[in-house]
Design a protein around this ligand. Sequence first.
Ligand code: IMP
Length: 217
Amino acid sequence: MIIWYLCVMKLVFATANLHKVKEASQILGPGFELSIPADYGHPEDIPETGNTLEANSLQKAKYVYDAIGMDCFADDSGLEVDALDGAPGVYTARYAYGDIRFKDNLDKLLYVLDGQTDRRARFHTVVTLIIDGKPIQFQGYCEGSIGLKRIGTGGFGYDPIFIPAEIPVFQADGSWSLVPNTDGLAMAQLPDGAKNYISHRGRSLRIMAEYLATLVK
Ligand code: IMP
């Protein structure tokens, strides 16, 4: 038990989004003890004023490292739609802000793509890890398309209108295998474990975990 305790890595996740915290905890597993800035008296919104996912991810991680002084990581995600030349991209969280025609971001994206047959898109995440003050970034992608309407109640954000190109199928031996998403299931219809296996966040955080494992060898 002592060995297990010593192997647990404490990291602050620079977010106030509890959906992301739940996903990151499931993805990283019991070898990581995650906390958030609010646990240290920093409940404020973390600034993200950059023009790229890389810049925003770095800005969020540095903000938390400077404020709290602990090893930490941040993620910044965007939805890149081919027919919109990669938009909304870094502006995904603010896509409908200030546009009174739409009740939310999903409503605006469905409107903008109305009649569009090329609906290919991908989620892109950039994770910035800061260990001992040194930042390093990891990328994760999830290919798919934008659906015609909202489906499902799981996940968060754009999950009800994002149709992953591939979905995981649970195998008898406990592993997952990827198959084409022929039923057009939305990300919001997948169980947590399945979303985490294919998601942009899952992929980038698993690469981060592999990197951290090389540090403790
Ligand atoms: P941010 O990384 O918190 O800045 O997220 C940017 C935007 O992408 C927000 O509108 C989020 O709701 C959305 N988003 C981020 N990750 C996901 C996800 O896993 N599923 C659906 N939407 C997401």
